[in-house]
Design a protein around this ligand. Structure first.
Ligand code: SF4
Length: 271
């Protein structure tokens, strides 16, 4: 079996930075999910890192804000408390745009999943928000001539779909509509790599947590070109009968690279 390990699989730069912040902070409390991956969160807990669901729960311990940022109301509650902000620079840019939409009295249009953690956090900084998830919703969307808009994307949204939706919206936009492409380059690179390798390998294994949007989008992108693409949480999920001439193994931005390498090790050693 030829097994190819993805060059771009595993923790992205934003998640690596967030984990470094947690490791260097004294007795930190993570506010909510640092990353959308239960295995990573469990490992942090086993190292004694506290996870809290509200600012008040942390007491005097310093809070670490996740790579996906947090709600505006949490920043307000943190005003007089110690905290470390691990918001990824790509998400931070979206937060800044959301704040600007409020200052300029414009509506923020987010192409993405309304219930996604990052989207909820970004939206909390804007006064007026509209969401577009599908091509159909983009077709039906109308810009009011008397209002201003700023259109952005969820950072992990599939590039081809985002570009298509942008092109649809641009046909109806006027000079009061500003478009800012806010996709994450780290996600784009791993999707492109997975799609290329899905064409040349018999099977693809995508390691990830099903709660993670970027893991699901990565899986769907590979699946579109190779029906023998499988989503697994870890090496434990490789079935006994799994076999192939060639396998490409990758993982989402919130996946520990060691978990991806473990999949490769298991495939290679049982040959
Ligand atoms: S996937 Fe991209 S946007 Fe999300 S944390 Fe990683 S680098 Fe930042």
């Amino acid at each position: 079996m030829k097994v190819t390990l993805a060059k771009y699989g595993g923790f992205c730069i934003g998640v690596k930075r967030a984990l470094n912040i947690v490791e260097s902070a004294p007795n930190p409390c993570i506010l909510g999910y640092l990353v959308n991956n239960d295995r990573v969160m469990e490992r942090l807990k086993s190292k004694g890192v506290n996870i809290v669901s509200s600012v008040g729960e942390a007491g005097e311990k310093p809070i670490v804000i996740s790579a996906s940022s947090t709600l505006k109301s949490n920043y307000e509650a943190l005003a007089s408390k110690p905290y470390y902000d691990a918001t990824c620079r790509v998400v931070f840019r979206c937060v800044e745009i959301a704040k600007r939409s409020q200052i300029e009295g414009k509506t923020l249009v987010i192409i993405g999943e309304k219930d996604h953690l990052e989207v909820k956090n970004v939206a909390s900084f804007a006064d007026k928000v509209e969401y577009i998830l599908t091509e159909k919703e983009a077709e039906e969307f109308t810009f009011s001539k008397s209002k201003g808009y700023i259109v952005i994307t969820q950072t992990t949204f599939p590039k081809a779909r985002a570009e298509y939706i942008y092109s649809l919206l641009k046909t109806k936009a006027n000079e009061n509509v500003e478009f800012v492409f806010t996709l994450c380059d780290s996600v784009r690179k791993r999707v492109e790599e997975a799609v290329e390798n899905a064409k040349t390998h018999e099977k693809v294994l995508v390691v990830g947590d099903s709660k993670s949007a970027n893991c699901r989008f990565l899986y769907n992108a590979a699946l579109e070109v190779n029906p023998q693409t499988y989503f697994i949480e870890s090496a434990d999920f490789i079935s006994e009968g799994f076999t192939a001439e060639s396998v490409f193994v990758t993982g989402g931005a919130s996946v520990d690279p060691e978990d991806i390498k473990e999949v490769v090790r298991k495939l290679v050693t049982r040959e």
